[in-house]
Design a protein. Structure first.
Length: 542
């Protein structure tokens, strides 16, 4: 049997301020095999921190982290430096040494720098081409600052390959990438040679890996197969666990009923015995012996039934522990309903006919990064206000002729004006006509139940902040008739994306979504697509 590539044994991590990531007493235990692994888990589960442990950037507070070979990591927020592509690939010094030798430098230092890597330029260009970045020596001399987000990720991947690391670690490599760049990263992962662990919420990418590993509590658990197989396995386990809970509850009720009935039988028997003694004039010493024996029998029976009930209760608690607490957003939003004939948004493209959004349409706005999607959204949101576009901002691909006043935006980067406000206060600021108890009831539907409404915004995790922002937008007064979402799934875990889909299923207004996440777009009932292509707004049917 092959040895795992990665093994964690009760690995604990506690920050200096006492914050527990993988905490005592269990720590995190599990192993990952060779090949490609998609690492999933809730926001805050510690996925990115786990990658840093595997990379050796962090040392566990206790326990062990073992890796088979060298490790290289591509972080979520790339910092490739101010130099050129060759430097970002880690081959700049070698190329400069080769150039020096070709210019007549015969010093020992330059030859030691080159070593055996005389063909490093060809190797680098072939590696970049294999990832979809084709070019010649000019590509290696290109400034890193000129790279697009997708190109930067591909250069980072090429750098890892050129390092010949045994294990590669990628943290959300497709975040902020357009569809073209995403496809290149997907292909790179699918064809990766060696061991690779990738943290991602991109389900299309997760369909290209050999296995899924889930960080949950103190366990790192691997599921062989792509993301769809993992989901099927989890759902089957969940169904079985829920049935086990039902069966265990029935067993607790049965054992409790038997204990009560046995107790009642003992009481009736004891009462009958006392009546018999009184009626028959049984000698006191004999009656005392019978009473003592009866008490011992009664105590044994009581202990037996109480033990059985306690065992059934323990089995119930164990079964409940196997049920995931993956919560579902269930909300009704009838106030967001838009009549089918109402014009919600009218755009006049710079080249083409009017684009009219009418009634509760669901539209995707797509285009490559830099095509002008954010510029167009900004123009839509400024229409009818006194706001001016930023200095030097490019002209949008369409002018805004009309939009409904009840337009709300859920931006890509969530911000709150007052981090010290409670959740109830935050939502009431957008819906002042709602009483506090009404807001609490609605927040419960967004999974902020009970006293959580009194939490401060600053105490929320990333996924919780998104849920609060979603509640603030959808519960706003007046209710949104046009809702604009800007890359809503970026930086969300898979569970939060699921909750977003659930919330949008209850929304009855018009929807305009900017997203490169085709899996997400396919789940929200699109009726139409607007695409920005070469500076032109193109209206397409779904």
């Amino acid at each position: 049997m092959a040895q795992p590539a990665i093994t964690l044994t009760h690995a604990q991590l506690v920050w200096p301020d006492g914050t527990v990531v993988f905490g005592p007493p269990e720590g995190l235990t599990g192993s990952l095999g060779h090949g490609t692994t998609g690492l999933v888990g809730r926001n805050g589960a510690g996925k990115s921190t786990l990658l840093r442990l595997l990379a050796g950037d962090l040392a566990p507070t206790a326990g062990r982290v073992d890796t088979s070979g060298t490790v290289a990591m591509l972080p979520q927020h790339l910092a490739l430096g101010p130099g050129i592509v060759a430097d970002a690939l880690g081959i700049g010094p070698v190329l400069r040494a080769i150039a020096a030798i070709e210019s007549g430098d015969v010093s020992t230092e330059v030859f030691e720098t080159v070593g055996e890597r005389w063909d490093v330029e060809a190797e680098a260009l072939a590696t970049l081409a294999g990832l979809g970045l084709r070019g010649d020596a000019a590509l290696l001399a290109r400034p890193v600052a000129s790279l697009s987000g997708g190109e930067a990720v591909l250069v980072g991947l090429a750098g890892i390959r050129l390092q010949r690391a045994d294990i590669a670690l990628l943290d959300e490599p497709t975040n902020d990438l357009d569809a073209t760049a995403r496809a290149l990263v997907h292909e790179a992962v699918a064809t990766w040679r060696g061991t690779l662990v990738v943290v991602s919420h991109d389900t299309a990418l997760l369909e290209r890996v050999d296995r899924i590993a889930e960080v949950r509590g103190s366990e790192l658990r691997a599921f062989e197969g792509p993301y769809s197989v993992y989901r099927e396995a989890v759902e089957a386990e969940q169904s079985a666990a829920v049935q086990d809970v039902r069966d265990a509850r029935a067993e607790v009720r049965r054992e409790r009923r038997e204990r009560i009935e046995a107790h009642e039988r003992r009481q009736r028997a004891e009462a009958a015995g006392r009546r018999s003694q009184l009626a028959g004039g049984m000698p006191r010493i004999l009656a005392g012996g019978l009473a003592a024996r009866s008490e011992r029998t009664s105590a044994r029976s009581k202990a037996l039934h109480e033990g059985r009930e306690a065992g059934a209760q323990a089995a119930l608690e164990a079964a409940e522990g196997r049920v995931r607490d993956d919560a579902t957003i269930r909300v009704d939003l009838p106030q967001t309903r838009v009549p089918a004939g109402r014009d919600v948004l009218t755009l006049q493209p710079s080249d083409g006919p009017l684009v009219v959004v009418r009634g509760p349409e669901r539209i995707a706005l797509t285009g490559r990064n830099g095509a002008g999607k954010s510029t167009l959204i900004g123009a839509i949101m400024r229409h009818g206000t006194q706001d001016s576009p930023p200095d030097g901002a490019p002209a949008p691909v369409a002018s805004v002729v009309q939009r409904v006043a009840e337009t709300r935006l859920l931006p890509q980067r969530i911000r709150f004006d007052d981090e010290d406000a409670t959740l109830v206060e935050t939502v009431r600021a957008a819906a002042p006509s709602h009483a506090p108890h009404e807001v609490r009831a609605q927040l419960a539907r967004f999974l902020f139940r009970g006293s959580r409404g009194d939490q401060h915004v600053r105490e929320l995790s990333g996924g919780e902040r998104f849920r609060l922002a979603l509640a603030r937008v959808l519960l706003a007064d007046p209710a949104p008739q046009l809702l604009i979402l800007d890359e809503p799934t970026n930086s969300l875990d898979v569970e939060s994306v699921e909750q977003l889909v659930q919330a949008l299923s209850a929304y009855e207004g018009a929807l305009l979504v900017v997203s490169h996440d085709e899996d997400f777009l396919g789940r929200i009932g699109l009726t139409r697509r607007l695409s920005i292509e070469d500076g032109v707004l193109v209206d397409r049917a779904v």
